[in-house]
Design a protein around this ligand. Structure first.
Ligand code: C2O
Ligand code: CU
Ligand code: CU
Length: 524
């Protein structure tokens, strides 16, 4: 085992602490049947928990046509899950490993990311096979300054094609790991791009191949990418990085395949990990700036922390104009935020993700409140916060307005997740726009469950939410590349695509994206 596996390995050697049943995904908590206006009552079979029993070979699951064997795999995947008590918890939050810069030239970051299977003994005697970047779960953190040039070679030692997508970073389209640009097993390719000035922020990277993203992500392929500012207004504060990911293991220690429910609702594991470990302990002993990533396949984080004052200082695309106080942070898959957390008492509190009803289908238990970590707080001198950090642009209303509509089709023979009535097709451009021009898109979630919207190649501003016939401005005004949509919500966004080429937009619940809930935009 290489040194970089320590994130998870540390957990396996630390003493296990008494388990609680906070992570009770597998248990029945009573009926919870959300159906909206779709015609799938008969599919749901009142009281049925395993939808796999209701489908048969040639069932159309998004862009997949299921075989008897696929259905068998799905059925087995819901059996014999490892109890949450089986994995060690309560160790100190580890730091994320840093990817070493191999270049000696100034302003150039050069390194290799090798994607390859790695075997980690998380549970004694039951090793888990992950797919990892540089043997590390999570993948190593890339840290550069805005203006730097990045040259990263992907060495694909997986058994299937892959790409690396630089989520949120403004890189040229042909360097952004599109599904059209796959790197075959045993091959290498170098991604090269220069980080634009003024885009300091909290980003990440993950695979974006054709029809393989969900699996490659849940087997462990994802890492963080920090773009630092040369004139960082928050530099004087202590810093921490919190990466949330989730893991679903079977009793034998192997990563579970996706069940039908996972494909339908998005996969959630029984272990929500923070920097690769389960329910760690951490300390906040002074006002601290915290970068947070939701790298889960589908888990919605609804974060709270008692006995603190919390300010959000940055969203997906970097700093807000001013710090803004908040009580609770909803972070859907793919989203990031930077917080400034100031302890207001000396105490020990739980970092929690509060229950959030995202309208899952089928007889799925409601999400419980979850404890993600134990936090030791120390009250300290109050902080003076910087002001007027930046000025966000004001995009005038453009003449062209486009509608992007999410829908679902579900019946006895198919379950489809569609964008403007279609599944993703690598050979089709759904929208053509002009580089450098302001676009206004209204995203309409015409379905009964939450889906979020992510677009490559740009950062947008949210102009308006329209939910339950109520229009409102966003609570936080900042650059975003991913935004959540509640059932039947419309969100209006404006953005500029500056570079020519092909870009994707999709729901960032990895299962939905992988099943084809994705469109393509051509910029010319
Ligand atoms: Cu984070 Cu198209 O992805
Ligand atoms: Cu992306
Ligand atoms: Cu979705």
């Amino acid at each position: 085992m290489k040194r970089r596996t320590f994130m998870i390995r540390v957990a396996s050697v630390a003493g296990a602490i008494a388990a609680t049943n906070v992570l009770a995904f597998g248990q029945k908590h009573g009926a919870h049947n959300k159906m909206g206006n779709m015609n799938h009552d008969s599919m749901m079979g009142k009281g049925s928990h395993d939808m796999t029993q209701m489908i048969s070979p040639s069932y159309q699951l998004g862009n997949r046509t299921l075989t008897a064997q696929d259905i068998q795999v799905m059925q087995n995947a819901s059996k014999d899950l490892l109890p949450a008590s089986a994995i060690p918890q309560g160790i100190d939050l580890p730091l994320l490993p840093i990817l070493k810069n191999e270049s000696t030239e100034p302003k150039l970051f050069k390194a290799t990311l090798t994607a390859k299977p790695v075997n980690i003994e998380l549970i004694k005697g039951k090793p888990t096979d992950f797919w990892a970047y540089n043997n590390s779960i999570p993948g190593p953190t890339i840290e550069v300054y805005e203006g730097d040039t990045v040259e990263i070679t992907l060495d694909n030692q997986l058994s299937q094609p892959t790409t690396i997508h630089w989520h949120g970073i403004l890189v040229p389209a042909d360097q952004d790991g599109n599904p059209q640009d796959e790197v075959k097993p045993g091959q290498k390719r170098t991604y090269k791009f220069t980080i634009p000035e003024g885009t300091a922020g909290t980003y990440w990277y993950h695979p974006h191949g054709h029809n393989t993203v969900a699996e490659q992500a849940y087997r462990g392929l994802a890492g963080t990418f920090i773009v630092k500012s040369k004139t960082d207004p928050y530099e004087k504060f202590a810093q921490q990085n919190w990466l949330f990911s989730d893991l679903k293991l079977q009793a034998n220690g192997k990563i579970a395949e996706n069940t039908f429910n996972d494909w339908m609702n998005g996969r959630e594991g029984q272990f929500l990990l923070m920097n690769g470990v389960f329910k760690p302990i951490l300390n906040i002993t002074e006002p601290t700036r915290i970068r947070i990533w939701n790298a889960c396949s589908a888990k919605f984080l609804n974060l709270t922390l008692a006995d603190t004052k919390i300010y959000i200082i940055a969203t997906d695309g970097g700093f807000l104009e001013n710090p803004q106080e908040l009580q609770k942070l909803l972070l859907t898959p793919g989203e990031r935020a930077e917080l400034l957390i100031i302890p207001t008492s000396t105490s020990t509190v739980a970092l929690k993700s509060l229950a959030y009803d995202r309208g899952k289908m089928g007889m799925v238990p409601p999400d419980p409140d979850m404890t993600l970590a134990t936090v030791n707080l120390q009250k300290n001198a109050s902080a003076t916060l910087p002001k007027n950090i930046r000025q966000l642009p004001i995009y005038a209303k453009p003449s062209i307005k486009r509608l992007i509509e999410y829908t679902e089709v579900m019946n006895h023979s198919q379950l489809l997740f569609l964008v403007n009535g279609k599944m993703h097709d690598m050979n089709r451009n759904d929208v053509t726009v002009k580089a450098g021009e302001v676009e206004e898109w209204v995203i309409f979630n015409n379905s009964h469950m939450d889906h979020n919207f992510h677009i490559h190649g740009t950062q947008f501003l949210v102009i308006e939410h329209n939910y339950n016939n109520q229009k409102s401005k966003p609570e936080i005004n900042g650059f975003k590349d991913t935004v959540n949509l509640r059932p039947y919500e419309k969100v209006t966004i404006r953005f500029i695509q500056n570079e020519k080429g092909l870009r994707m937009y999709h729901c960032h619940i990895f299962e939905h994206e992988t099943l084809g809930m994705m469109g393509q935009i051509k910029i010319q």
